[in-house]
Design a protein around this ligand. Structure first.
Ligand code: ATP
Ligand code: MG
Length: 320
């Protein structure tokens, strides 16, 4: 089986313990947890038993060890993750608002996390992968634009597919050229996985119908819209599938979309139907929000199946 590949930020995440806590007052924080949107994604691809490789960089410090150890334990091929001598591993601090919104303080640009490089081995991996996944949160500098543009060309040369999750973080979007570049990425995308209002905002449209029309013209093949606790919608040129979420107690929303995306892409590489892939991805998202820490709810395919069957049994019991 050909591998799924991604590149971008590898971070540790430190999160506020209590909802409503702010960054301006001393409070309790939990972590460090291994994190970084592309790292969360690829960790879940590996958990699904699909060959998974990441291109990235960590610092020569314990935070870097936290990330590498977790990715290796999950089965991610980390040979293209470099360890930088001087720069520290990237970090993200998160607080949660009462309304479910979050604030982040990132240290990506000046950390090892932004030092992605395409060496000879990375170039070969890009030319040979089945799917290359792009996280919008990784594209935050002109250098990253150049790197992702080159990576896309290499993947296309080798006949691989591109999956794209815009994963817009207001804290990382300073540069208008980055916003413009998202359009270029979309025109190369096969599987598009936006969440919330990203479907309309990135296509500059006002309805799902117009957004889909624009995406099919660009050459996109599948669109999966993540809708948090409302589940997800799937679209291709011939089908629309809506799936409710598995309702669970949300402990920590961070990483749900990335875990969902990793599951969906892994399932499609495994040849599963969109319908079944969405069920497993929804289950993966539900397990992700049930655990504190972005990768802590990551699950194997058999764990996802067990979760789904237990969840249905529980539902039946509650409705008797
Ligand atoms: P993030 O960028 O924070 O990782 P996202 O905005 O990309 O997340 P969401 O739509 O929040 O993605 O979540 C992805 C998927 O996870 C949803 O489609 C759903 O399947 C699942 N999920 C999210 N929140 C919940 C919840 N509260 N209960 C059950 N499932 C959830
Ligand atoms: Mg997201």
């Amino acid at each position: 089986m050909k591998e799924v590949l991604t590149l971008g930020e590898i971070l540790v995440e430190v999160m506020a313990k209590n909802i409503g806590q702010t960054f301006t007052k001393a409070g309790e924080f939990l972590g460090p947890f291994p994190s970084g949107a592309p790292a969360i994604f690829i960790n879940q691809v590996a958990k699904m038993g699909v060959p998974a490789t990441m291109i990235g960089c960590v610092g020569k410090d314990d935070f870097g060890k936290v990330c590498l150890t977790r990715l290796e334990e999950s089965g991610v091929d980390c040979r293209l993750i470099e360890t930088h001598e001087d720069r520290p591993t990237g970090t993200a601090f998160v607080t949660y608002h009462q309304d479910g919104n979050r604030d982040f303080i990132f240290n990506i640009q000046h950390s090892a996390a932004s030092l992605c490089r395409l060496n000879g081995a990375a170039i070969t991996a890009l030319q040979n992968c089945s799917v290359f996944h792009i996280m919008g949160s990784s594209i935050n500098t002109p250098d990253m634009i150049g790197l992702v543009r080159r990576a896309i060309a290499l993947v296309k040369e080798g006949g691989g597919l591109i999956s794209f999750d815009p994963n817009v973080r207001k804290e990382l979007l300073h540069d208008q050229t980055v916003v413009g570049f998202f359009n270029e990425v979309l025109s190369k995308t096969d599987i598009f996985m936006p969440s919330g209002d990203e479907l309309l905002s990135l296509t500059s449209t006002e309805s799902v119908e117009s957004a889909l029309k624009a995406l099919w013209i660009l050459g996109v093949r599948e669109v999966v819209l993540k809708k948090g606790q409302k589940g997800c919608d799937y679209y291709d040129r011939n089908n629309v599938i809506s799936k409710p979420s598995f309702s669970v107690k949300e402990v920590d929303a961070t990483g749900a979309g990335d875990t969902f995306g990793g599951t969906f892409v892994a399932c499609r590489v495994l040849g599963y139907s969109p319908e079944y892939s969405l069920d497993l991805a929804n289950a993966a998202g539900a397990l992700a929000v049930s655990a504190m820490g972005p990768m802590e709810g990551a699950a194997t395919e058999s764990e996802l199946e067990t979760f789904i069957s237990n969840w249905h049994t529980q539902e039946e019991v509650e409705h008797v």
